[in-house]
Each structure stands twice: as structure tokens, then as C-alpha cells.
Design a protein around this ligand. Sequence first.
Ligand SMILES: [Fe+2]
Length: 116
Amino acid sequence: MLTSWLPQCSPVHNHGNWSIVACLGDETTGWEENYFWTRLDDGSQPGHAQVKIVSKEILKPGDVIGFTPDAIHNIRSIPAQEVPSPKPTYLFNIFGETDLNNRYQFNPFNKTLENF
Ligand SMILES: [Fe+2]
């Protein structure tokens, strides 16, 4: 799957599958900022999840990143800084088969999660 992003931010989520993401483009195209989260609770309370940010990585054109099915992240696309009219971030994604029962969107403020 090829995607392009104008500047925006995603919710905190996992994919419920493995995936590989490659950032495409050149010095005039955008980057993708990934925030990685970890789950602090034991998962025993339905609908409840406590997560916190543990690291950040910026994908620039030419960079590739891999995710395990339970990796939790959110992303923010970053427009190229030197371009008068910012160009999108271009990404090439390869996903494994999605386990929809284990794909979640997390709300770190309300400490909740839900399938999506
Ligand atoms: Fe994602």
C-alpha cells in the first residue's frame, strides 16, 4: 500500500499485524515522526489500558521501520522544512494479516482502548 500524508497526527494504536513501513521521496518531501508507547497495565480490565511514551523515531526518505503486531505507536507527518508549499510524506507499507480482535486504538488521557 502506498500512502501520502499531509501534516496530521494519528491516534495511538497498534496494528494487530506485522508491518514494514518505508519512507519514500527526497529532500523536498515530508518525514514521519513515530512515537512508541508501552502498555503499563496487565490487560485484565476490559476497555482499560494505561500507556506511556517510551521513545521517538523520525523516518526520513530512505528509512525503513518494522513493527510487531503488538507494537503501539502514533505518528505525526512532518512537512519538509525548506519547501515553500510543503509536500506530503510518502510511505510504502506492507502489512501481514490483521487480527481485528487484537487491533486497538488507545486513549492515553482517559486510559481506555477500543477495537477499530
Ligand atoms: Fe500505525
